[in-house]
Every structure is written in structure tokens, then in C-alpha cells.
Design a binder for this molecule. Sequence first.
Ligand code: KIV
Length: 288
Amino acid sequence: MTTATPYGTLPPASPVAARKPVSLPRLAEMRERGEKITMLTAYDATFAVVADAAGVECILVGDSLGMVCQGLPSTVGVTLETMCYHTESVARGIRRVQGTCWIIGDLPFGSYQESREQALRSATALMQAGAHMVKLEGGGWTTETVRFLVERGIPVCAHLGLTPQTVHALGGYRVQGRGEESARALERDALALQDAGASMLVLEMVPAALSAQLTEKLPRCHTIGIGAGKDTAGQVLVMHDMLGINLGKNPKFVRNFMQGQGSVLDAMRAYVSAVKDGSFPDNSLHAW
Ligand code: KIV
């Protein structure tokens, strides 16, 4: 019998029946059989455990926590120390219930740009905090950093399209990869990142047709879309947005999965099932 404790009760074990731990080979098998990969952000033990229980395969401890948890205006001010703290909280919760999800820790702005060695030190800190994989933003120069980390045994998720850490350079939160030249540059970066060993690639605010083409061309690097249409290998949303914990205007690619549901667990289950059955995202509503 589970004894209730104050301040949030975690179950003794994950209620996801007999799910094998999510791993890179398992994600590749899912891709092979055409099963969509689900990812949500989470920043603390309780929400991470609920997402795991809902059947979400990947939890991203995203630097979006700067906005949703810390009240910052962008992700630029998030530090490595903060990322390690939240990654540890998520990993501890998942360990405590013997959860099975794959945990991705976001390398924050300034923690990998200086050199490959700096990136290795920062990635090591996130892995020691409990991440299974690290994520970094950008193409071009990041390719050699990705190769350096992957060669040293650190799985890497890349991130192209709208890269929030460079929002000031991009001139705002706008769709990327529009127009022939910009689309070709994005494709070049994506192919180079796959070649460097990135096994996942977040595509954020990229036209649906382009991300569908990229997904075809990246068999070894699973594309995870956010505002990138339905034809990616998987989908990710920021948890607060998909639960409607937001008094502002949500971006067009978000659906509030709390609507019609009685609990966060059910809302996350609805997200998992909508991604798996292809009903979310809907290209006519959530994409460009
Ligand atoms: O930090 C984050 O949550 C992210 C997602 C928006 C993909 O990078």
C-alpha cells in the first residue's frame, strides 16, 4: 500500500506496465516501425514522473525553464548550474519510481560555445546530474563539437530552425528555413550534424514541407518537431504550454491538452496518443 506523504506523493514504481527503458536502440526501433517518438519538457521530479507514467518516451530538461520557472525574458540567462539542478531533480524522481524515460539535458547559452573542451566539461556535468543525452543549438560550427562529444560517448540531440538562445541574432521568434537559400542551409547543417553523430534533432518553427524532407534524409538522426509539422519522427512541446499553464497567447503550434481532461496525467496521455495516432500536430492548424 502506498502511504501518502505531504507535498506530493510519488508512486513506488512507474505505472507504465513492462516498458523497457528507453534507449537509443529502442528509439531507432520505434522509428523503423513508424511509431512516433513523444517528448515533453519537465523540470522537476513530480512532473517528470507523471510524464513517464503517461508513456512519454523522452523528457527534455529544457532551458525553457528560464522562462517558465525562473521568469526570465529568454533562455539566454540560464546557467549550467541551474540546468544541473533541474536535471538532477528530474533524474532523481525517475530513478525513485524506476521510470523508463530517456532524459535529455539542455546545454545552456555560454556553456559550449567557447571550445569543444568547454562543451565536454558542461556535457559531463549534465550527464553526471542524470541526463542520458545532451542538447545543443545551432549548425555550422557546432558540427565539430557534436562529433567531439559523440566520439567521447555522449549522445547528442542537435537543434535547428528557431534556436531560442540566438533569438537576438535571429531578430525574434520567427519561422526559419523559408525560401530556397535558407532551406538549403538548414538541410546542409542537418546532414552535417547527422554525419557528426547527432542521433536526434529538434526542428523548431520550420515549414512542414521542409521538415518532412529533412526527416526522409536523416535516417540515423530522429527529427523531433515543435512547430515543424506532423511528418517528423517525433514531437516535443513545452509542458506548461500543453497544459495551458500560460496566461499569455500560446504560439500557433501549441495545443492545450488539458482541455477536456481531468488531470495532468490524462492530459499527457492525450498528448501521447494524439502524437502516436498522427492527429497532433495538424498541419492546417499548428504548422507553416
Ligand atoms: O528548451 C526547450 O524547452 C527546448 C524546446 C522548446 C525544444 O529547447
